[in-house]
Design a protein around this ligand. Structure first.
Ligand code: HEC
Length: 146
């Protein structure tokens, strides 16, 4: 039994090491003031801080990668979240949404955050929850845009 367990651990560690050589695609781009959600909508500083800290790592091209984002297979999971996050909601390119679509996105933001679905649980676990106070400041501001 012990021998099998040892073999298993060796194989597992081997796979982990090999995975480190698989490079994942990283997304990073400078802020474009012409299209950035916070700048286009002239968000107050406080709101900017909250949205950048809680949403921009998945919903913008300004992703701040933590050190463990370089470790496979965590890196694969993070890349997947960023890709999917941007696909659903892109704060870096807010002006690509026509007025009706943008209004709908704002509704979705209110809904997702109120229901506690965003930021994603795995993210909040590592980065800290969105505090009740910050949630209020952010959602109150979103309400004023409607
Ligand atoms: C860890 C990555 C991550 C973070 C952080 C995150 N999101 Fe998301 N978000 C996603 C992913 C992935 C999806 C698409 C799949 C889903 O809905 O679960 C999504 C979907 C959404 C949607 C649905 C958009 C649509 O029209 O389909 C909204 C709205 C949203 N997020 C808002 C936010 C807001 C606001 C924040 C910050 C308070 C935030 N998210 C933080 C990953 C993230």
């Amino acid at each position: 039994m012990k021998k099998i367990a040892r073999k298993f651990i060796l194989i597992f560690v081997g796979i982990l090491i090999v995975l480190q050589f698989v490079k994942s695609e990283r997304i990073y781009q400078e802020v474009n003031p012409q299209t950035d959600f916070l700048l286009v909508l002239k968000a107050p500083k406080e709101v900017g801080r909250i949205v950048k800290a809680n949403c921009y790592d998945c919903h913008s091209l300004q992703v701040e990668y933590p050190w463990y984002a370089s470790v496979a297979p965590i890196s694969f999971m993070i890349e997947h979240h960023v890709e999917e996050g941007i696909e659903h909601l892109d704060f870096s390119d807010w002006t690509k949404y026509a007025p009706k679509k943008a209004a709908h996105k704002l509704e979705e933001i209110l809904e997702e955050v109120e229901e506690g679905k965003m930021p994603l649980k795995s993210y909040a676990l590592l980065h800290g929850e969105l505090s009740e106070e910050d949630e209020k400041i952010f959602l109150n501001w979103v309400q004023t845009l409607r």
